[in-house]
Write a protein that binds this ligand. Structure first.
Ligand code: UD1
Length: 418
């Protein structure tokens, strides 16, 4: 089992080019199923979740090859419309293959993705929307069997909550459906826009992405294309939080500055100097961070991202004063706090609220990653702490960060994989 060993206390300083976005690459990979031709994806991050997605594509008959950060996916012939349970369970986002398979083959059998480390993650909104588009869905024995009689048709769908995954599944199913689909209360996350950008490059007709009302006009045929995946705003938030926590200085290149605005505007309140150009973020944090006065409420985009809650918390545990988080998206998203407390942080959690009283310093400890972003928060705290930290169960971290130890070392941090 691999571990990360961190010798903390060094200020991070240097330049880093940001990896491509995991949460964008995964739905785009699913979307290649709709093209029936070769697609070339550049800026694709090399991550275990990306390889899990390519195993799903392989299993249904696609060919995938990787060379550096370029993935070539050919979906000319689909041989299978069922995705085996072991592949579905490898990652929760495997559910977005459902909409894409339905769009391509008109049928698909998947297993229930079940709960995950963030608590129960139901897919009721996904299924209700697909039913409205004419998909017949039967759930039995842990399997979700989806069939259609004829072509899937467009529909007017109002989501009760702007779910990212449900919005993606509807878009994927709608781009080749008959007629118009309208999604009201759609998720507005930048990764939705990236998925739509890819689909438009393949010939799809979509408007309104990035806003709450998305309109899709179904097309009988799409074609392949070459597309560059957007930079990862959450990995960006992580490396900025690590730098802020160690009172360092960073030039973050290949960044999606606009997409990171909700995070940057909160981080700036800690007293860091932040300057941006179109695709570069410069951050300098010379002295102790200040706590954030206003409650940090995680919300759907353009609110503060739930995925950045843990990594910002890791920086705030040593800030001067008290900060308060309110987690509004997931039920179990404070599982990293026990590890931070073990390292000396003062955190009280009550339901969706976490109160962080800044302490002078953290001390290294042996901790276990609980989930992807929680594990990254432990890495950020370890870099700021005095002494040695061992982080185990780093398979969680590897799901979302491309060679995190190399990125940290390139900023002068002491992090090693053993
Ligand atoms: C995506 C992101 C994840 C991020 C989250 C919120 C990917 C691969 N993952 O996850 O990193 O944290 O958006 O920004 O892009 N819900 C239901 N029923 C449904 C669907 C969702 O109750 O049918 C609930 C979920 O349990 C959760 C909330 O809605 O409490 C938000 O979920 P959703 O936006 O769907 O997140 P994901 O797409 O799973």
């Amino acid at each position: 089992m691999q571990k990360l060993i961190v010798n903390g206390g060094k200020r991070l300083r240097g330049e880093l080019s940001l990896q491509g976005s995991k949460n964008s690459a995964l739905p785009v990979m699913a979307a290649t199923l709709l093209c029936g031709e070769e697609c070339v994806l550049t800026n694709c991050p090399k991550l275990s979740d990306i390889y899990a997605a390519s195993r799903i594509l392989n299993c249904v008959g696609c060919r995938c090859s990787f060379s550096g950060n370029t993935a070539v996916i050919s979906s000319e012939s689909i041989t299978e419309s069922s995705i085996p349970e072991e592949l579905m369970l490898e990652m929760r986002s495997s559910i977005i293959f459902l909409g894409a398979m339905l769009g391509r083959a008109g049928e698909c059998t998947v297993s229930c993705p079940g709960g995950c480390e963030l608590g129960p993650r139901p897919i009721d909104m996904h299924l209700a929307a697909l039913r409205k588009m004419g998909v017949n869905i039967r759930e039995s024995g842990g399997k979700i069997v989806c069939r259609t009689a004829g072509r899937i048709h467009g529909a007017k769908i109002s989501l009760p909550f702007p779910s990212v995954g449900a919005t993606e599944n509807i878009i994927l199913c709608a781009v080749k459906a008959e007629g118009e689909t309208i999604i009201n209360n759609a998720a507005r996350e930048p990764e939705i826009c990236d998925l739509c950008g890819f689909l438009r490059a393949c010939g799809a007709e979509i408007s309104g992405d990035g806003e709450s009302r998305i309109v899709i006009n179904g097309k009988a045929k799409l074609h392949g294309c070459e597309y560059s995946i957007m930079p990862d705003r959450i990995a960006g938030a992580t490396y900025l939080s690590m730098t802020a926590a160690t009172r360092g200085e960073i030039v973050l290149k290949n960044a999606c500055v606009g997409a990171m605005e909700p995070f940057l505007s909160v981080l700036e309140q800690t007293g860091c100097s932040i300057f941006t150009t179109e695709d570069t973020i410069y951050l300098r944090s010379g002295s102790r961070l200040k706590a954030i006065n206003d409650r940090i409420r995680t919300m759907p985009h353009p609110g503060f991202p739930t995925d950045a809650q843990a990594v910002l918390m890791a920086a705030l545990v040593t800030a001067e004063g008290t900060s308060v988080f309110e987690e509004n998206i997931f039920d179990c998203r404070y599982r990293h706090t026990d590890a931070l407390v073990k390292m000396g942080a003062d955190i009280q959690v009550l339901g969706k609220i976490a109160v962080i009283k800044g302490v002078e310093k953290l001390c290294g400890a042996n901790v276990e990653a609980t989930d992807l972003r929680g594990g990254a928060a432990m890495a950020a705290a370890a870099l700021a702490a005095e002494g040695r930290t061992e982080i185990s169960k780093i398979c969680h971290i590897d799901r979302g960060y491309e060679k995190i130890e190399e990125a940290v070392r390139c900023l002068g941090g002491d992090m090693e994989r053993v």
